[in-house]
Design a protein around this ligand. Structure first.
Ligand code: NAD
Length: 321
């Protein structure tokens, strides 16, 4: 039987590249697409020699043409860290809206099943804790983060509309903070920022008083949840994340302990619209997908630190722009 064919957009990014690895391992033919606006070919160059892997440098906010049939589409193209989407807000809105529309059109034409990458940011600064999929969210559409949050909310709506009106098989994953190898040290997110500072021997910067909480999911767990959701018959949104919550201050201390660094923690003002609490309710993922995270923070943090430490030292000095 010929291998199943899957299109992965955002393939050169952090999550996209791990998804490419997983689907290659599962015996798929992977068609990877990325315009490299925030991604890096280094993340997937180990796959280039494989006949079952193709790469296209293409902006998915413009028309997408793929020859031959497709079984699945994973739409992961989008700037994901605040530092990126605040710098390229229009491209962020376009890839969430036009890029998603193009992917859904392709799924309809090819009769492929499509899974789109939504986010915990659709809950905004949540008034309900932990967040279940039924919570509608608390997003400021004209706040700085609105460009990302609303793009993803639109993504969910149009995906649902294609399901309802065109009968396309759709899946929606709401991803909570994920970490692991191939994140960028300078992408502005807390975990790589802390590790980068520790590697450079600088104080760790915590924004606000550090009491705001996050929950971090290791990338292999996330990829497994996405795989299960794609193979399931459930079309409504599903949270995938690690419910083990920690304050940013305690997290910074964990990083200091792991790295054996003697630097201090310094505090800076909290950015506008920064959510105070974030923790997924993963009852649905447990019940529908039989999924829950397996890799605890100590193990995941160690694997991630080992990855960053293995990079050439000039990479460590890259600061958030
Ligand atoms: P990333 O920036 O590492 O990867 C995104 C990739 O998409 C990059 O390679 C980028 O070049 C590509 N891209 C962006 N716009 C494009 C376009 N118009 N055409 C083609 N390619 C384009 O980010 P990531 O962390 O891997 O996130 C991947 C997806 O997962 C995003 O959709 C993001 O919103 C979602 N997500 C990620 C997290 C997380 O914790 N990492 C959390 C929630 C949601």
């Amino acid at each position: 039987m010929p291998a199943k064919r899957i299109l992965i957009t955002g393939a050169a990014g952090f999550l996209g590249s791990h998804l490419c690895d997983r689907f290659i391992r599962e015996g798929y033919h992977v068609i990877a697409m990325d315009n490299l606006i925030t991604g890096d070919l280094k993340n997937i160059e180990h796959l280039f020699k494989l006949p079952e892997f193709e790469f296209y440098n293409h902006d998915v906010s413009t028309y997408i043409h793929i020859a031959g049939h497709l079984d699945y589409i994973l739409h992961f193209a989008s700037p994901a860290s605040p530092i990126d989407y605040l710098k390229i807000p229009i491209q962020t809105l376009k890839v969430g809206a036009l890029g998603t529309h193009n992917c859904l059109g392709l799924a309809k034409a090819k009769q492929a099943r499509i899974l789109v990458a939504s986010t915990s940011e659709v809950y905004g600064d949540p008034l309900v804790h932990p967040q279940t999929e039924e919570y509608w969210g608390n997003v400021n559409p004209v706040g700085p983060r609105g460009v990302y949050d609303e793009a993803k909310r639109f993504m969910e709506s149009i995906t649902r509309a294609y399901y309802t009106f065109h009968g396309v098989e759709t899946r929606i994953v709401r991803i909570f903070n994920t970490y692991g190898p191939r994140m960028r040290l300078n992408d502005g997110r807390a975990l790589p920022a802390f590790i980068g500072q520790a590697l450079r021997g600088e104080d760790l910067t915590v924004f606000g008083d550090g009491s705001q909480t996050r929950s971090f999911c290791y990338v292999d767990d996330l990829v497994d949840g996405i795989y299960r959701l794609l193979m399931s018959d459930y079309s409504m949104p599903v949270n995938i994340g690690n419910p083990n919550e920690i304050s940013l201050k305690d997290f910074a201390e964990e990083v200091l302990k792991l790295t054996g660094s003697s630097v201090k923690i310094t505090y800076k003002p909290l950015p506008v619209d920064d959510p105070k609490q974030r923790r997924p309710d993963i009852t649905k993922a447990r019940e529908i997908l039989g999924w829950e995270p397996k890799i605890d923070r100590a193990e995941g943090l160690k694997r991630t630190y080992d990855y960053f430490r293995s990079l050439p030292e000039e990479e460590w000095s890259k600061q958030p722009k």
